[in-house]
Design a binder for this molecule. Sequence first.
Ligand SMILES: Cc1cc2nc3c(=O)[nH]c(=O)nc-3n(C[C@H](O)[C@H](O)[C@H](O)COP(=O)(O)OP(=O)(O)OC[C@H]3O[C@@H](n4cnc5c(N)ncnc54)[C@H](O)[C@@H]3O)c2cc1C
Length: 138
Amino acid sequence: MRQLWQTGWMHNRVRMAAASFLVKNLLADWRLGEAWFWDTLVDADAASNPANWQWVAGSGADASPYFRIFNPVAQSKKFDAGGRYLRGFIPELADLDDRAVHEPWKNPAAASGYPGPLVGLQESRERALDTYQQLEAK
Ligand SMILES: Cc1cc2nc3c(=O)[nH]c(=O)nc-3n(C[C@H](O)[C@H](O)[C@H](O)COP(=O)(O)OP(=O)(O)OC[C@H]3O[C@@H](n4cnc5c(N)ncnc54)[C@H](O)[C@@H]3O)c2cc1C
């Protein structure tokens, strides 16, 4: 979110991970994220933006399956193993090693005041799956 605010751009993989976290782990309405991206993206597009948000949310014409929930930590370890991207936008994590930088809440002292997680990834994933399964059962 810092990159988006500072530069008006994010790579597609980061957009997918951020959107999945908002819609699935926080169970927020995808339109909130779509509106923020519309306000902040330099390439904001009236077709691509809502269509991609709905792909993530599982509600669009070409929707990803609801049980596809991105794990931001796994994504970070796989696509930013050395933490260069993370440290680039979160200088508070400068003192964490390449392993710890992906889960700074496990090392609060070294993460110099970087805020803790909003939700537990496993618990919020299970809550999202339950919620979607109930919706699907209706
Ligand atoms: C939640 C979410 C919101 C998005 N909102 C927008 C948006 O408002 N405007 C936008 O142009 N793209 C959007 N995208 C798609 C994609 O993230 C961007 O097009 C891409 O990251 C732009 O970077 P680039 O120009 O370096 O892309 P490159 O990977 O170099 O692709 C070149 C061009 O192909 C098109 N393109 C690539 N991927 C997609 C895609 N998934 N959907 C539609 N077009 C694509 C774009 O025009 C892009 O400029 C969104 C994706 C997600 C997951």
